[in-house]
Ligand binder design. Sequence first.
Ligand SMILES: N[C@@H](CCC[C@H](N)C(=O)O)C(=O)O
Length: 269
Amino acid sequence: MKIWKMNGAGNAFAIFDARSVPFSPTEDQVRQLAEEMKADQVIALERDAARDVFMRIWNKDGGEVSACGNASRCVGRLLLDETGKDRITIQTEADMLRAFRAEDGLITVDMGSPLMGWEDIPLAEKMDVRGVDVKIGPMDNPILSRPAVVSMGNPHAVFFVSDVDAYDIPALGPLVEWHPLFPEGTNVGFAQVIDRQTIRLRVWERGAGLTKACGTGACAALVCAARAKLTERTAKLILDGGELLIEWRESDDRVYMTGPVELEFETEI
Ligand SMILES: N[C@@H](CCC[C@H](N)C(=O)O)C(=O)O
């Protein structure tokens, strides 16, 4: 079985080629593989009857999830190289994604349409998704409140803050990750709008903690910012591990993410 260690803007993946060799790790095995390979997520490539590949995703805590933006770009790069095609299709539990090459070796993935219904996120009860009833800190003087929420195939809550570096994210993120309003948990973004085309973002990922970049988190932050008219529908997202260009296209309502991928090493077992 081939194994690739890759990263997308610093978000690290151990990718297992399960197209000819079965690979169904237990939660413990995922945790062990992620630790040994210093990966935020473990990925398996499986055969798919209708698409170029089926991508399974596990967070480093062992939980299987349905979407991962940066891994989609890494898998996109592998499959584009392998097949020689100029566009490949990736089926995930959440959606069918399309990946293609951009300028300067960057990879773009069409991440599909954001889901805005409270049941889609999902939330435990009906609420205005532009600012849900979540507070962190004292009730009368919260440190943070009313995150915007959206699904990019996985749940995201985004707090807009004036200085992202002023917050202790490892302390605050877990308070929201498993808040009762989110029955499936949530990824938690801390977004600072620098100007109408630039957002600084750090994300506490569900099941993985603070990572150097979260692709679906970047899409979610841009969608929430543009929906609130804080930014244009295209913006540069500055994450700890690199930059992503996110475009929420008006013509088809789909979100396009462009950014770097790196193959760190490949091996076989
Ligand atoms: N790093 C990813 C997101 C991975 C899954 C996420 N932690 C979840 O639980 O939904 C990305 O680049 O999108």
